[in-house]
Design a protein around this ligand. Structure first.
Ligand code: DX5
Ligand code: ZN
Length: 217
């Protein structure tokens, strides 16, 4: 299973070093949680910080846009070096056009939905995307508890993707830690977003990543 650490709970005063620590620990992607204080109650950072992170690593970076009307910023994130953009279906009433705009920019397309948004909201879009992200907490904050019903949602999306022969990645975000990562993988996810289980004052980044790998053995 691939790991995509979210820098949300990293030490922002030494962000470049924190990203390198994850890279040295052998993770696969860097996940950047962009929040606008409107689509979600919290504000994090925008394209300038994403660019700084991209410059500090050779790992591919993905921006998870928890913002209203995310298409306003696609070109900025492309320029900031993001390889993949993940948008919320709740913020994209014209999802087909949104996906086309990302394709025009030659970026990988990810779609996501809040924990209680029906999976039917993504069904028709599945053949058009490179990644589906299942939110296993309400977006907006790190360090929340994994919502148990998420595992069943991962299984259902895995079935939906397999049924159409899609090779899209299936990613899970929120509350993934040493206690939950195994069920996430076993339900069919291919990438885990890991925030506070990697970036925590309680342990080093290397220890956090090693503990997650052990939990998967
Ligand atoms: C939630 C964010 C997540 C979050 C993950 O709004 O999208 O990426 O920061 O953090 P943990 O792993 O601590 O739940
Ligand atoms: Zn995220």
């Amino acid at each position: 299973m691939k790991l995509a650490p979210s820098i949300y709970t990293a030490d922002f005063a030494r962000l470049g070093e924190q990203v390198k620590e994850a890279e040295r620990a052998g993770v696969d992607w860097i996940h950047l949680d962009v929040m606008d204080g409107a689509f979600v109650p919290n504000i994090t950072f925008g394209a300038a910080i994403c660019r700084a992170v991209h410059k500090s690593t050779s790992l591919p970076c993905e921006a998870h846009l928890m913002v209203q009307a995310p298409e306003r910023f696609f070109a900025d994130y492309k320029e900031a070096g993001m390889r993949r953009i993940i948008v919320h279906v709740e913020a994209c009433p014209h999802l087909y056009s949104t996906i086309q705009e990302l394709r025009k920019l030659e970026m990988q397309v990810g779609i996501t939905l809040n924990p209680l948004t029906p999976l039917s909201a993504i069904e028709e879009a599945l053949p058009l995307v490179d990644l589906v992200l299942i939110m296993s907490v309400e977006p907006g904050y790190g360090g929340q508890t994994y919502i148990p019903g998420s595992t069943q949602r991962i299984r259902r999306v895995r079935e939906m993707l397999d049924a159409i022969g899609s090779q899209a990645e299936l990613e899970v975000d929120g509350g993934v830690n040493v206690r939950t990562i195994r069920q996430v993988r076993d339900a069919g996810a291919s990438i885990a977003v890991v925030g506070s289980s990697v970036y925590s004052p309680k342990h080093s980044v290397a220890e956090g990543v090693a503990a997650l790998r052990r939990a998967l053995e």
